[in-house]
Design a protein around this ligand. Structure first.
Ligand SMILES: *Cc1c(COP(=O)(O)O)cnc(C)c1O
Length: 223
């Protein structure tokens, strides 16, 4: 086995009844490992790198829902748009406008999440309050007609201090509540937060989508 099937069952069990969705994060892991989880019933997979995602999408079953969870460069949007199910990490208006433009030329709407900066780490990506405000204004003015805004995504600080993590997830959860109120014309129902180390805390704070990698596939070798 290339996967931790017991952990998979345990997490699915924890999620049942919550309505939350598990995205299995398969970055750097081989197609064979993905197939083991697929055969166990998993359909949502998350990847961070465009080329790796395109290669896997070509090889693997077509009913897999591919989530792009990495930092997306504007010049690579085109490559994933034809098949991607949900883009989690939209962290600038320029990127959003590029996704909108390319989606228009494909005559489709693309589902996205806005990534919000909640951690105390400089290395993490995400929108700050002002950038989010500007984007919300664009949605209100209906300038992004080929974007299907589904919700928000965030990553907590990598720490063992649960108080810090609790606070960050609570913050993101309150931004989620206010954005739903501000944009009632959108079907905003997705709050993507929680990874292997902190998903239980995330669920406590209203996460509807957890992104789990190492707990399912084992530790990754750094790329
Ligand atoms: C890699 C990654 C994950 C999964 O992390 P694990 O700690 O291995 O569960 C989740 N979200 C994002 C954005 C990632 O890059």
């Amino acid at each position: 086995m290339l996967i931790n099937i017991d952990t998979y069952r345990k997490i699915q069990n924890e999620l049942s009844g919550t309505g939350a969705v598990l995205v299995a994060v398969s970055k750097t892991k081989p197609a064979e490992a993905i197939m083991e989880l697929y055969d166990a019933g998993q359909k949502d997979f998350g990847e961070n790198y465009v080329q790796e995602l395109c290669d896997k999408q070509e090889q693997l079953p077509k009913d897999i829902r591919w989530h792009f969870i990495g930092h997306l460069q504007r010049n690579k949007v085109k490559q994933i748009l034809p098949f991607v199910h949900l883009i989690h990490g939209v962290d600038s208006l320029r990127l959003l406008e590029e996704i909108n433009k390319q989606s228009a030329s494909l005559n489709k709407k693309t589902q996205i999440l806005l990534q919000i900066y909640i951690a105390k780490e400089e290395s993490k990506y995400g929108l700050d309050e002002n950038e989010l405000k500007e984007i919300v204004t664009h949605f209100k003015e209906e300038k992004l007609s080929h974007i299907d805004l589904k919700g928000l995504m965030g990553m907590a600080t990598l720490t063992d201090d649960t108080i810090v993590i609790e606070r960050e997830f609570a913050d993101l959860s309150s931004v989620f509540t206010s954005i739903k109120k501000e944009l009632p014309q959108y079907n905003i129902d997705t709050l993507s937060m929680g990874m292997s180390g902190d998903y239980k805390t995330a669920l406590k704070h209203g996460s509807t989508m957890i992104r789990i990698g190492s707990a399912l596939f084992g530790e990754r070798i750094k790329k």
